[in-house]
Design a protein around this ligand. Structure first.
Ligand SMILES: Cc1ncc(COP(=O)(O)O)c(C=O)c1O
Length: 414
């Protein structure tokens, strides 16, 4: 008798479907396609030589430790390094406040397991990071979406949204994925005040904050929180859980990231992580530590900022040059993404198909919304190809858009 697996699936799998967008994106794998759809860092800048040396050093000096089981919390020198870097950005935590995870994606999943009962609500930005929606969906979360504008989440709408009683607020403060916007300083403070008034905690997910192209770094929410409580500007209050990752500053294939949380919360997360994967690869953590220490990481990040800034500029210039009137876009000051808004009524799936026929791809915006009536939007990634290809891709996209929008003027040179 053959097993009918579906009848054995857990109830939680009911809400899990593969997204139509992912199916559509399979169309973008052809090599001739200029794809702005992914979220990939520039592979040609991965510090491969540095990693080769670090792997050899770790194996030569501490091979037995590197290949043995290890503690769930993470490699102590790496936890120290993460704590010290956070301290330099304004919040002083102990290494014991750091849990090393297998990517921030695992951090989101562990947080879901810790905080979300079936039917619990999570307050999210709309649009928000698709991977977080997927991670929380496994715990049967429902969502309260609060719109974004160019200054980040609309804090004026939060008091009303919080009446629905979310477990926590999931906030992407810097160069947001997908919209590319940054939460203003004033709104960070409002957000923290609202969190204090209502007792609803904030989960601050910040994979992109270090990839800033211009201006001063915005203060992390976790640091504003301590100051608002009168604890001093560098203390850690324990009210905000913060997530960070080496995926965008070193390489995503490492799967090394971290959670900052109060020690008691770290203890509970450790229990969940033990049941999940025992620990993140100790070998990789040791290698990351070797690569990141002695100032190399900061030098490397400085280089990435330059490269990505030029690519962002190339995309903005090409959009200015080619995109027909009526299309708007954000002006990210860091990160990997830019967000396009098309005139109301633009058929976004048809536009995606027309673009793919012209060998250019983007992610249709509806993937990042939880509500069905979202506006016609698109996420474009600018980090993973050179300026010339970006300009060519935007030109092709603009032609597809012009053909789709009845009122658009033809694109020059098309
Ligand atoms: C906002 C956000 N959070 C988390 C992640 C996951 O990152 P990681 O590679 O560390 O799992 C991403 C990846 O793109 C992201 O954009």
């Amino acid at each position: 008798m053959s097993i009918v697996w579906e009848s054995r699936y857990a109830l939680r799998m009911k809400g899990i479907t593969s997204s139509t967008i992912r199916e559509l994106l399979k169309l973008t794998q052809r090599p001739e396609i200029i794809s702005f759809a992914g979220g990939l860092p520039a592979a040609e800048y991965f510090p491969i030589e540095r990693f080769k040396e670090a792997c050899s050093r770790v194996l030569a000096q501490s091979g037995r430790q590197a290949l043995q089981y290890a503690t769930t919390e993470g490699y102590p020198p790496l936890r120290e390094l993460i704590a010290a870097r956070l301290c330099a950005s304004g919040v002083c935590v102990d290494a014991d406040n750091v849990l090393v995870t297998s990517g921030s994606q695992q951090a989101l999943s562990l947080i879901g397991a810790l905080l979300i009962n079936p039917g619990d609500r999570v307050l999210i930005e709309e649009p928000t990071y698709l991977g977080a929606l997927q991670a929380f969906a496994l715990y049967q979360a429902s969502y309260i979406g609060v719109p974004l504008d160019n200054d980040g989440i609309r804090t004026d709408l939060l008091p009303q949204a919080l009446l629905h009683g979310p477990k926590f607020m999931y906030i992407l403060p810097n160069f947001q994925n997908p919209a590319g916007v940054t939460l203003s300083q004033a709104r960070r403070r409002e957000l923290v005040d609202i969190s204090h008034q209502t007792g609803v905690p904030i989960v601050e997910d910040d994979p992109y904050g270090e990839l800033r192209f211009e201006g001063e770094p915005a203060r992390p929410i976790v640091s504003i929180d301590a100051e608002a409580l009168g604890l001093g500007s560098t203390a850690y209050s324990g009210n905000v859980i913060e997530l960070g990752t080496f995926s965008k500053t070193l390489a995503p294939g490492l799967r090394v990231a971290w959670i900052i949380a109060p020690k008691e919360v770290i203890g509970r997360l450790v229990q969940i992580k033990q049941g999940t994967d025992l620990h993140s690869s100790i070998f990789t953590q040791m290698v990351v530590y070797e690569v990141a220490k002695d100032g190399f990481l900061d030098e490397h990040i400085a280089q990435l900022r330059e490269v990505y800034r030029k690519r962002r500029d190339a995309m903005l210039a090409a959009l200015d040059r080619h995109m027909p009137a009526g299309v708007e876009w954000t002006q990210p000051t860091g990160g990997l993404f830019l967000w396009l808004k098309f005139p109301e009524g633009t058929p976004i799936t048809e536009l995606f198909q027309a673009a793919v026929q012209r060998d250019v791809a983007f992610v249709p915006g509806q993937s990042f919304f939880t509500r069905p009536d979202c506006p016609p939007t698109a996420r474009l990634n600018f980090s993973c190809m050179d300026e010339e290809r970006i300009a060519e891709g935007i030109h092709r996209l603009a032609i597809a858009v012009s053909e789709m929008l009845p009122t658009a003027q033809p694109v020059p040179g098309a």
